[in-house]
Write a protein that binds this ligand. Sequence first.
Ligand code: GLV
Ligand code: MN
Ligand code: MN
Length: 419
Amino acid sequence: MNITINKERLLHDLNAVSRIGLGDHGSVTRLVFSIKELRSRQLLIHLMTQAGLKVHIDRIGNIFGRWNGGNPKAPAVLAGSHLDTVVQGGKFDGPVGVIGALEAVRSLKENKLPLACPLEVVCFVGEESSRFGFSTLGSSLVAGVVHIKDLANAVDAHGTKLEDILSSMGIYRDNLASLKRAAASVKAYLELHIEQGPILEAKNKRIGIVTSIAAPTRFKVVYTGQADHSGTTPMEMRKDALVAAAHLITYIEEASSEYSQMDKGRVVGTVGAMKIEPGVINAVPGKAELSVDIRSISAGAKERVARLVMDRAQEIAHLREIAVEILPIRDETPVPLDEGLLPLIKEICEEKGIAYEVMPSGAGHDAMQMAKITRAGMIFVPSKRGISHNPMEWTDPEDICLGAQILLETIVRVANEKT
Ligand code: GLV
Ligand code: MN
Ligand code: MN
């Protein structure tokens, strides 16, 4: 392949995106549907237009920038990721895949490389679950896998319901499937992403080729005890919801650890958010709401741990004579990626003499939804010390550029593959 990406332009545009939502200590915050996130999408539309791509935006705001290539009627190869972030996240989780895909397609278009099908650069809305507990929102709608029951408990910290936001965009209970992309119009989906884990760095590999993506089971546990005066209520007369929650949190760590070895399913369990009421120093907590996130590459192991946690949540409530409610958010199955794309990416790395690792992904990605309607493949680049969802998230610019180059070459081979 003698077409190379423009490294300077890629890093310049990546930097421009990361300045939107920049906060303390180099952190980046672009929560889904916030002004900052909208601005990052506007910038992308601008960059796509500048590159001469035909821009299509669907009702939720997913952006598709299309270059027709040789045969506009053929199913397109899609490549992209997301621009929304967690709260105080890093610069690379998501944008590397969107801007990397933009750079790859721009370079191919500039070089007028004849391709057998169109290419589309994609930016999916709301990949991160930080606001509503609901992940891969835009790609789930494109894959047609959003169900009414998934929306029931998707509420942000201020009480805004995801369902209300969707309604304001013309997406209602009875037309949730209307954003679904016809599978026949897509040839494959490719996503470049930072690894967000320590494996590539530890093994001194520059590229990861992803086999499967771990899926989460997510739910809220709400303990309701009784708010009381912290000075006058004797210990034996309290109904402290937060102490109940604390016992459950410790148990989640214990149960997940038991299944954390690779051969047991690599289960991870986290309580990353909690709401306490009344939440003041001089009152016994009357209500505690925990957000539980359990993930694994094994559906069976994940289900076992989720069941153990739910049973223990009930037991704790029973023992402490308080009420408990378990509110499901989303229960997903781990997703294998396409077995045909993997050897193709391997081959590209081998031809270039690049050390690669074939590995599963512990983090969620839009590719897990796109895999439900098309062949999906993912390319990872190393994360310094494995840190992500943190302002210290870092990937060597040379590795980002290499990832984008591998993406470009993968796009070309997939586009020209006979099916
Ligand atoms: C996405 O970043 C996730 O939470 O896995
Ligand atoms: Mn993320
Ligand atoms: Mn991501």
